[in-house]
Design a protein around this ligand. Sequence first.
Ligand code: CMC
Length: 434
Amino acid sequence: MTEQAKLPVAQLRVGDQELDLETMAATAGNTGLSIAPLLKQTGLVALDPGFLNTASCTSQITYIDGDAGVLLYRGYPIEQLAAHSTFLEVTWLLLRGELPTAAELEAFEARVDKHMYLSDDFRQIFSVMPRRAHPMATLGAAINMMAGYYPESLDPKDPSAVSLATVLLLAKMPTIVSYIYRRAAGNALLYPKHGQSYVENFARMTFQLPGEKFEVPPAFYRALDTLLILHADHEQNCSTSTVRLVGSARANIYMSVSAGVSALSGPLHGGANEAVLNMLAYIRDHDLTPKEFMEKVKAKQDGIRLMGFGHRVYKNYDPRAAIVKQQCDAVLDALGVKDELLAIARDLEEVALSDDYFISRKLYPNVDFYTGIIYRAMGFPPSMFTPLFALGRLPGWMAQWREMVTDPTAKIGRPRQIYMGETGRDYVPLEQRG
Ligand code: CMC
């Protein structure tokens, strides 16, 4: 906290006690109110379930203005990065804070390219896990396993170890995700090829069939790269906060990222893209009109939600969703795919955006609403959508973890609670219990 940023403007009265609480001005967005002295001086703790109103850190990586539908990575609008950049360039930007020079980018791409290979020993995890295992379970396990394979890259306080771990994770993740898919499909695992781009290698290792060439239009690679860029970071969301929390205990980056994978697997977070496709298929298979489905959602019947709608931070159209929606037609056209689920999605969106239930709650499409349709057109089954999200989110997790381990003010994360259970009572022996 810089001295300049500290302005004692907030007063809190607790009984006859008055407390000055410091505020911290942000460069953009909400000003922070420091409640650090609250417990010590008043005995009170802040209660904020779901952290709706709590900043857990200061950060210079990603900025979201949820009301205006703005997303910036290191100050650059997501629209510009999606239109002009590449996933590895954006990764560098998130990790280092500046766009790379041409020489820096070339060296970075070459370093990643060199490490995409997974040893035969490591590859055994894909045959040990049952074929029906959810890909996110295997992904989390494989990333954890990396901590065992690369002990020289574990020390969070050693910058060269952290740099190596960052490159290893980035390089091996597409190989791991493609192997998870191939194992489930019963196909042999392929090797990465030097000289292919990140997304070319990933797509070929995923989809190439024995004896066949893997050929897709350039729009396929461009769309895949763009989707990865759109997912690359999203400030302190559930999985990123998990990565930071685990890392705050000085757990290594692999263990921290693996914990992020676990958080991302939930249907309210990364699992939503898979849930959207399942929802669209359900509507088609049950011959429901969008309006009929919407009635179920609004009645909160069986807890049904319109998946791919709503966001904790965006109370406006998610800027990522707008980019994905624009891309959807172009990609499907380029791949020659017609998808009846796209028509259902469009109808649902139209109904929702003119329905008071959604308008009054500021529920708009989020990034997951249309991504699944593109992934499906590319040939990915729904169970692979969340691993694709993880592949995209990896740079953000690592950038946030790295920011935390180098932040001198960071502390081990340890929330308080408001205890509502029994107070002290005596143990009753088993034979005396009724
Ligand atoms: N469909 C129907 N109602 C909804 C939805 C939805 N998708 N989202 C929120 N609501 C309602 C909710 O029932 C509540 O209504 P009421 O005021 O009557 O109780 C109100 O809107 C506020 O909901 P909330 O759950 O308190 O909002 P939140 O900020 O805690 O939740 C969310 C955000 C993303 C978990 C939620 O909107 C949701 O469950 N959406 C569907 C799942 C989804 O698409 N998740 C992907 C998020 S974007 C990608 C990512 O970051 O992982």
